[in-house]
Design a binder for this molecule. Structure first.
Ligand SMILES: Nc1ncnc2c1ncn2[C@@H]1O[C@H](COP(=O)(O)OP(=O)(O)OP(=O)(O)O)[C@@H](O)[C@H]1O
Length: 271
């Protein structure tokens, strides 16, 4: 079987510390993953490896059947969609929104002299429409709200029709309506059989879109637990991953979590 992502004993060392520590993780075609964990757990670093943007210090990383270190990453990267805050920062504020999406066809930021086909123009317009931001096509990226930028970024990350789509905290900074719309759009994407394999990093179980199949809990650079959503998202597992007593609730196809309620003494009150 060819895995979409196949990490074997991957570590990333920075200074004295392994910020990703001996991670083995395999993602199969059709799966939709959520990665959860405390600040600094190593989620973004792991995503950077899956995005062929970073090499592990040790271990082996294969993405879409190509081994990092042995493949031309400039050929591999267009097959991987990535939306992250770091990437958004590199988009010039003066860039037209339509070009932000279009330039992804060549995995560059900043339109320069690439010759774009009409087909690409049409696809960029369709993607902006799919995420409800086609009316912003003529605006400068720097003038958009946080929520509008997130949607444009996701449209951009789909431009190359990637086989793997990595989303690093796409709902960060969105208001409640914006978050719910995004969760809805990602649920639609998850349900579509021809969609890429999806990996979503988030801080909140409330942001897990319906249709996501697997969860990885990261803790201190390691995988605390990984597997099907229902197996992993339990009070016990989440509490251990976040070092905090937590209660997880599933309502329909959505999740929520909060600090576990202390036992309230029953019976009469005095005074
Ligand atoms: N170049 C670096 N040098 C030293 N430490 C680093 C470097 N890059 C990242 N780190 C550290 O590695 C750890 C993991 O970082 P990473 O961004 O992967 O975590 P994260 O789980 O995505 O965190 P967050 O939820 O806060 O975004 C953090 O403690 C971070 O400070």
């Amino acid at each position: 079987m060819t895995w979409v992502v196949d990490l074997q004993n991957v570590s990333v060392r920075r200074g004295e510390k392994n910020i990703v520590d001996d991670v083995s993780w395999q993602v199969a075609d059709g799966e939709r993953w959520v990665v959860l964990g405390r600040n600094g757990a190593g989620k973004t670093t792991l995503l950077q490896i899956a995005a062929a943007r970073m090499h592990p210090t040790s271990g082996t990383a294969e993405v879409l059947g190509s081994r990092l270190g042995r493949v031309d990453v400039f050929e591999l990267r267009p097959r991987i969609g990535l939306a992250s805050a770091a990437l958004a920062e590199r988009i010039p504020a003066g860039e037209l929104v339509s070009d932000v999406v279009l330039t992804a066809a060549y995995a560059v930021t900043g339109r320069w002299r690439e010759a774009y086909e009409d087909l690409d123009q049409g696809r960029a317009a369709d993607l902006l429409a799919a995420f409800g931001v086609d009316h912003l096509a003529g605006r400068r990226f720097g003038t958009l709200s946080e929520g509008e930028r997130k949607r444009v970024q996701i449209a951009r990350s789909l431009m190359t029709d990637p086989e793997l789509l990595l989303l690093d905290e796409p709902a960060a900074g969105l208001d409640l309506g914006g978050r719910e719309e995004l969760v809805g759009a990602l649920a639609e994407l998850a349900a579509y059989p021809r969609s890429p394999v999806l990996v979503l990093v988030t801080h909140h179980v409330e942001e897990i879109p319906p249709g996501f199949t697997h969860v990885m809990l990261m803790k201190e650079g390691r995988i605390h637990m990984a597997g099907p959503v229902d197996d992993v998202l339990t009070d016990e597992n989440l509490s251990a991953a976040f070092d905090l007593p937590l209660e997880v609730t599933r309502t329909g196809d959505r999740w929520s979590a909060r600090a576990a309620q202390k036992d309230v003494p029953r019976g009469g009150h005095s005074g």
